[in-house]
Design a protein around this ligand. Structure first.
Ligand SMILES: Cc1ncc(COP(=O)(O)O)c(C=O)c1O
Length: 374
């Protein structure tokens, strides 16, 4: 599969994309735009707002879905043994260390409820994963937000100082969304060991497959029996955001406690499970997507440098950069060109977070960037 094209092709196709599109109102209304639309309606939109895989799913996952369609009248096995074993083997854990969920969001919520989010004290970085923050606010958590440091990374010392005896858990997103930064692995490892004696530690590794050095997963601490839960997802590099598959890794006692919060009925469909298994094993597809993401990111850096924008070097499939104009106006101007992205206010300054797309999509985005000059 070839994911790259030369710059001339890129710009030509991007001009076509930009010229032919108008973004329907309901799609513009929400960051997760598929909520109110048939996914087909998204095809013509330059959708760079949810950090999905722009190349779709592995051909092997597609085949697996078609094959599994025949068995959709059966309920899934509630323990999903095949996928659980695959993940356990790959991470040098046992199946008792793994719990699957309908996206990592389901698991973050179940674990959140189990470990005292409702009305209890929770510590997290700021800014960090917006939907986790939103969940904590909605369930009435007493949130302690700890500003990131000057490098836009989690400030582990400052977080540690906020971990009083009555904190129910700490949530750390690594790589962090929306800054795309990682924490120094040895500092994070020491933090997890120390903090885990006082409270439960959540480590959200949604972008694990895309991170660059010096990133390291904290999964070895799960093996060592520390007090932490790692969350991962098939929604990013695997391109299975619409299939809703995620997993948590923790020592068996912790997994049992999260499982107490769920029902006996399996929340993930047979189709999604088969797709996830096929994708997990399709290392060629994953390598190709990783390389294409790297290429898009490098190309964007060159453009941002040329246009004089400050950006945060990214360990993910999105890039955060500072703009000079009102963020809502800018977001609207991109929407008028059928380009969806996210904007944030961080330290009283407006920023754009743009997901890496196909070369065509990135061409359309970069062209719009030059025209809109945010
Ligand atoms: C940090 C982080 N965690 C979790 C999720 C959600 O993952 P899922 O689709 O598995 O629910 C996202 C999605 O953007 C994310 O950025």
């Amino acid at each position: 599969m070839s994911l790259s094209m030369d710059r001339r092709q890129w710009l030509k196709s991007s001009a076509l994309v930009a010229a032919s599109l108008a973004l329907p109102r309901d799609l513009a209304a929400t960051p997760h735009a598929a909520q109110s639309a048939h996914p087909r309606d998204l095809q013509d939109i330059v959708k760079l707002n949810s950090n999905e895989n722009p190349f779709g799913i592995s051909p092997k996952a597609r085949e697996a879905i078609v094959e599994a369609a025949e068995f959709t009248h059966y309920y899934p096995h509630p323990a999903y043994p095949e996928l659980v074993d695959l993940i356990a083997r790959d991470n040098d854990l046992t199946s008792d260390h793994i719990m699957l969920g309908a996206g990592s969001t389901e698991l973050l919520c179940l674990a959140g409820f189990r470990f005292g989010a409702q009305g209890g004290k929770v510590v997290m970085g700021d800014p960090s994963y917006f939907d986790a923050h939103d969940f904590y606010v909605r369930v009435g958590a007493d949130l302690r937000l700890v500003p990131l440091n000057e490098a836009f990374e989690h400030d582990l010392d400052a977080i540690d100082r906020r971990l009083t005896w009555d904190v129910n858990h700490v949530y750390i997103c690594n790589p962090n969304n929306p800054t795309a930064t990682v924490v120094d692995p040895s500092a994070l490892r020491s933090f997890c060991e120390e903090a885990g004696r006082r409270t439960m530690v959540f480590i959200d590794e949604a972008y694990h497959d895309l991170a660059l050095d010096p990133y390291e997963s904290m999964v070895d601490l799960v093996r060592d029996g520390e007090n932490l839960i790692i969350f991962r997802t098939f929604s990013k590099i695997h391109g299975l955001a619409g299939a809703r598959v995620g997993y948590a890794m923790a020592k068996p006692e912790i997994i049992e406690q999260i499982e107490e919060m769920s029902t006996n009925f399996a929340p993930i469909s047979n189709l999604s499970i088969r797709a996830a298994i096929a994708s997990y094993e399709d290392t060629e597809f994953l390598d190709t997507c990783r390389a294409a993401n790297h290429e898009a990111r490098t190309h964007l850096y060159t453009t941002l440098d040329r246009l004089g924008y400050f950006y945060v070097p990214s360990h993910t499939n999105f890039v955060l950069f500072r703009i000079r104009r009102d963020r809502r106006e800018v977001q609207q101007e991109f929407r008028d060109r059928s380009i969806m992205l996210r904007t944030f206010t961080i330290n009283d300054t407006p920023w754009i977070r743009v997901s890496m797309g196909t070369p065509e999509q990135m061409g359309a985005f970069e062209e719009a960037l030059e025209a809109i000059a945010p």
